[in-house]
Write a protein that binds this ligand. Structure first.
Ligand code: GAL
Length: 378
């Protein structure tokens, strides 16, 4: 009996432990459950991507079931895939954890969204930026947070959070407007829009001293190694693009205001043939709307709007998605993948990923719906 027991235990309990690993997948299926190497739906919403060490690293909001998942209960989840794969993702665990200290800026129950990680070759650090809302304050804090790590998967150490560039004038504001004297006054928002007659720069002036608001955001690193923080500012009415310093952990004070009064969010930037492209959304919370796109010769603008990139039946809802990133194909220069979220705020963990290859109509990036497609075929 003594020798039989282990065999018996193995027979009884062994089967689930020996369950076959998830077989390799070849197709991206927008909107379907997307299983990681453990057979769990990938939990990395509002994601960002980093190419490093022969892999692509996916960072996103870890959500839990129900409405509670709209608040950060855990932190930022990380996955990795081989550069030439992009369909099979290995769970690399929690990269940045929220804090159990209620006084921390990233206390459990805060709102921590749209994390983006970049590698800084000069310091050898991985730098994560994210949109942060302090616990219990709704979306009023409108801060950005920054954390660093020695390895792509973390653990990341939280450095600080705050508003952006207090007391700094944007480069594209004419010299005669660089004064608070007689500056346009804010009258708040009427619903989600500017009240009639209010100057669209009013929120910018209101926040000049304390620092500019920053909600939805991305980080873009240019070919010359300079990094830029792109964020929905000024009550989401206007985007700003701000340069980061050479450690990528702070702003230099150089920035511009773009798409003034256009209420754009969910920004994603990519570069093709020397031109900068923007894909974003309108502002309708978790509900999808018609995406926006734009092109520029310089990251600083001027940006020319190119309209809604989505095509086909559900174009007005961007195929029921909102942009979070445009992933340059790591092995195929000039090939780009749109990565978006289909949010499910009633059960946040069930949010789906809408990835579509970017196609082109002349200079316009476009998104055609596909039920499935293979990165290997791009
Ligand atoms: C969306 C935004 C999301 C989240 C949501 C909250 O517009 O893109 O990241 O902030 O609003 O309602």
């Amino acid at each position: 009996m003594r020798h039989l027991l282990p065999a018996l235990l193995l027979l009884t309990f062994g089967a689930p432990l020996l369950a076959a690993p998830t077989p390799p997948q070849t197709l991206v299926r927008p909107g379907e459950l997307w299983e990681d190497n453990n057979g769990n739906h990938i939990n990395a919403h509002g994601g960002g991507f980093l190419r490093y060490g022969g892999k692509v690293w996916w960072f996103g909001e870890h959500k839990v079931p129900g409405d509670a998942g709209n608040y950060a209960q855990v932190g930022v989840h990380c996955y990795s895939s081989d550069e030439d794969d992009l369909v099979n993702w290995k769970d690399e665990g929690i990269a940045l954890r929220v804090s159990d200290d209620p006084k921390s800026d990233i206390a459990k129950g805060c709102i921590l969204e749209r994390p983006k990680v970049v590698f800084n070759a000069k310091t050898g650090k991985f730098v994560m930026w994210f949109h942060l809302e302090l616990k219990g304050k709704g979306y009023s804090a409108a801060r950005s947070g920054v954390a660093v790590a020695d390895r792509p998967e973390g653990p990341y150490t939280f450095l600080r959070s705050g508003r952006i560039n207090p007391g700094k004038w944007p480069e594209n504001l004419p010299a005669e407007k660089r004064t608070l004297e007689g500056a346009p006054k804010s009258q708040g928002l009427s619903g989600s829009w500017f009240p009639e007659g209010m100057d669209k720069a009013a929120f910018f002036y209101r926040d000049f001293k304390g620092g500019q608001m920053a909600r939805d955001m991305t980080i873009f690193v240019d070919d010359d190694g300079k990094a830029y923080h792109v964020y929905a500012s000024e009550e989401n009415g206007t985007l700003q693009i701000a340069e980061l310093d050479d450690t990528y952990t702070a702003h230099t004070g150089r920035y511009v205001r773009v798409f003034e009064g256009r209420f754009m969010e969910a920004p994603a930037i990519f570069k093709k043939g020397g031109k900068y492209y923007f894909i974003g959304s309108g502002c309708t919370g978790w509900a999808p709307n018609a995406a926006r796109s734009a092109v520029a010769d310089s990251i600083w603008g001027p940006w020319k709007e190119l309209g809604n990139p989505a095509r086909g039946e559900n174009a007005d809802k961007t195929h029921y998605s909102q942009s979070t990133y445009v992933l340059p194909h790591p092995k195929k220069p000039g090939v780009f993948i749109y990565c978006g979220d289909r949010w499910t705020p009633k059960n946040a963990i069930d949010g789906r990923y809408i990835w579509l290859p970017i196609e082109w109509e002349g200079e316009k990036p476009v998104l055609n719906w596909k039920y499935s497609w293979a990165p290997a075929d791009l």
